[in-house]
Design a protein around this ligand. Structure first.
Ligand SMILES: [Fe+2]
Ligand SMILES: [Fe+2]
Length: 184
């Protein structure tokens, strides 16, 4: 149950932003595959799943606030080359890391909203990793190379994202290795 209107508004906006990011990354992932970057395609798809996890968490915190809302939320638009689309990914993730989630998290903390605080914390930690991975992928794509990894693993509880091997325990939420979702 969310008691405070501002935290509830932030949850709805974050849900909107994550929902759009999820879809946008699927779209950009298809373009990466067509451009001959199958691994970058997989990275977009995997990170898109992490954004679904975040959207799902925010939606669940709001499960008792039933009704119809108009939701303002930030989203990056446009389709370009994979290098350009990765810049869109970097820009969106950095906005979340540097502007949006720190403020949402502080508000939830100030208002004593434990569920929202956890949900914002999970997203903030994952987005830091996403920004870094998109930057590395972009550096590869700029030199005409695909991003190099065996698999991407996503924690289905918090969206924590890691390359090549899932940890025994998720460092952000404590989920077990066996439940991580693999993208190849
Ligand atoms: Fe992200
Ligand atoms: Fe996790």
């Amino acid at each position: 149950m969310v008691k405070n209107a501002m935290t509830a508004d932030f949850l709805r906006s974050a849900y909107g932003g994550e929902s759009m990011a999820h879809m946008r990354y699927l779209i950009w992932g298809e373009i990466a595959r067509k451009e001959g970057f199958p691994k970058i395609g997989t990275l977009f798809e995997a990170i898109g799943y992490a954004e679904y996890v975040h959207a799902n968490n925010h939606f669940n915190v709001l499960k008792e606030q039933k009704g119809d809302y108009t939701v303002p939320a930030g989203g990056v638009f446009g389709i370009g080359s994979t290098v350009e689309n990765l810049q869109g990914g970097i820009d969106g993730e950095l906005h979340e890391v540097e502007q949006m989630y720190p403020v949402y998290l502080q508000t939830a903390e100030f208002q004593g909203e434990k569920g929202a605080k956890r949900s914002f914390h999970y997203a903030l930690e994952a987005e830091k990793i996403h920004a870094k991975m998109f930057k590395e992928a972009q550096d590869s794509a700029k030199s005409g190379k695909d991003y190099d990894f065996e698999a991407v693993y996503i924690c289905p509880v918090c969206g924590y994202t890691v390359l090549d091997e899932s940890p025994d325990v998720c460092p952000v939420c404590g989920a077990k290795k066996e439940i991580f979702k693999e993208f190849k």
